[in-house]
Design a protein around this ligand. Sequence first.
Ligand code: PXL
Length: 279
Amino acid sequence: MNRTPKVAAVHDLSGLGRCSLSVILPVLSVMGAQCCPLPTAVLSAHTAFPAPEVAAFQDLTGAMEQTLVHWEALHTSFDAIYSGFLGSLQQIDVLQSLIHRLRRKETLVLIDPVMGDHGRVYRTYTPEMCEQMIRLAAEADLITPNLTEAALLLGEPFHRIPTSQSGMEEWLRRLSLDGKRSVVVTGVSFTPKALGAGCLDCRSGKIRFAMAPLEPGHFFGTGDLFAAVLLGSLLRGETLSESTARAVDFIQKSVARTLAVGTPMLDGVQFEPLLRELL
Ligand code: PXL
């Protein structure tokens, strides 16, 4: 019988709006992985909710540093280190130390470079943070940018985001840093009726696209849901292209269900009833 894979999940915990740890924990658990949270911050709601002046935001950078010291003292090792939304330059530095100090040869380092969406950089993300994230993401085994983040990583203006398959293949090769890391780009679409992701597996050099019917709605937190399903699938031994297809399919079904129920976009997608499909 196989040991349960262990994941260090470096993400925030947001009370309202399904995203980050509140999505990643259930998905990884149902897919048979142990999720060890390293919370970066506790928020009353994710940052897209209105009324930021009354919002709770507890920065946990100090606790992150202390956790790293404790985990290192315990000689803890992980099958994967998986990071997402980070709140400050210092948090990116802590993540870098964590990777340098706890990574083993067999550890999969998945960095989701959460910096922006829909052609805009998140308001909490400074140019220095973008630069530091680009540097750190160069050390990842796998990155999962959306189109906006892909442009930021490549230093390309948003209007140059490719709309053709050959253009996206070229971006995937560039994002892989000449095959040094694997890449999954989300939000890819070449026809009005389909949306999905493109992946480049640095071990085989192969590029694949996984597409699903386009659902007419945008929801927060789908990037986190996507990367969590992708990672859960990879840790079960599925290939990058199989894992990408599984994640695309799961997001499409979750979005379709949410549209049918009609809950608000800020609440994220109704994935809970579909979790059993990931078993
Ligand atoms: O889903 C990305 C994300 C995660 N965590 C917080 C966010 C966002 C995106 O806006 O605000 C707190």
